[in-house]
Design a protein around this ligand. Structure first.
Ligand SMILES: [Zn+2]
Ligand SMILES: [Zn+2]
Length: 273
């Protein structure tokens, strides 16, 4: 049974519910560890359809204080203080600064942007692409993802194949190719060498791709390379907390995984699920 959820958001960004309500939901779902991983504010030029920059920037310290209070006064479920930090290839000093802001237990590294394009923000640009253009975009994504992994700034690589969000079938046609698998296998080797864990996330089940992040082929490659995994819901509401965890557990087990990893104070801990 999975009892650890390491990826969640609150009303301080673009999610719905408060820190206290998310924690109450984690308790009611019987979790033993719940990680808060609010987004980190983005630089000006990186725009997003569900923009929350101003609100989050104004309230970041409130968020940190609320999570820290919960962490220091634990109830039935232990709290970890994390953050989901965007990888901006052209603004790496900004990224490194965001990672040093607070005494985090762990950091999620996320590639939501290719250049300044937030590719998961809407389906329109994807509809305009033919298969060749999509394949080139997947390749660009995994090259950028590898740089994020190699930066050494993060503990967990979140939603590893988020790039498939609107074009799952094209993505599956891409990932079966030898050169795609070489690229992804190299990325996973970097991930492992950095001591990171790969997130296995039920968020994909709630998105247009209707598939767990990452896809079966990447799970297979991850098992071959021997990477650690972490489980997450990427909850944006109290209902999402621990969403689909029985499915995540049987999915991961089918590739031979028996343990998941969490990070506290930057240190990795492996526990059976
Ligand atoms: Zn994300
Ligand atoms: Zn998230």
């Amino acid at each position: 049974m999975i009892s650890i959820d390491l990826h969640s958001h609150t009303a301080y960004s673009h999610a719905r519910d408060s820190v206290a309500d998310m924690y109450a939901s984690a308790v009611s779902k019987g979790l033993s560890i719940f990680g808060f991983s609010e987004h980190s504010p983005r630089p000006e030029q990186y725009n997003y359809p569900t923009e929350y920059r101003d609100r989050l920037s104004a309230h970041l310290l409130d968020y940190v204080q609320e999570v820290t209070e919960l962490k220091n006064n634990p109830g039935p479920c232990r709290v970890l203080f994390g953050m989901e930090v965007d990888w901006f290839e052209a603004d790496q000093d900004f990224v490194a600064g965001a990672c040093r802001q607070f005494p985090f237990d762990y950091l999620l590294g996320s590639t939501h942007f290719l250049g300044t394009w937030g590719y998961d923000g809407g389906t329109t640009p994807w509809e305009a692409m033919d298969e060749q253009a999509r394949f080139a975009t997947y390749e660009a994504y995994f090259k950028t993802w590898t740089k994020m992994l190699a930066s050494g700034l993060f503990n967990i690589a979140s939603h590893p194949d988020l790039i498939k969000i609107f074009t799952r079938d094209s993505f599956h046609s891409w990932i079966v190719r030898d050169e795609s698998q070489r690229l992804v296998r190299h990325a996973l080797t970097v991930l492992k060498d950095q001591g990171m864990a790969m997130e296995v996330s039920s968020a994909g089940l709630r998105k247009p791709c209707r598939e767990i992040y990452p896809c079966p082929m990447i799970m297979h490659l991850a098992a071959e390379v021997g990477v650690q995994i972490s489980f997450a819901s990427d909850a944006h509401t109290t209902d999402d907390v621990a969403y689909g965890f029985p499915s995540l557990a049987s999915y991961a087990r089918s590739f031979g995984f028996t343990h998941s990893t969490y990070f506290a104070g930057g240190q990795a801990f492996s526990v059976p699920f």
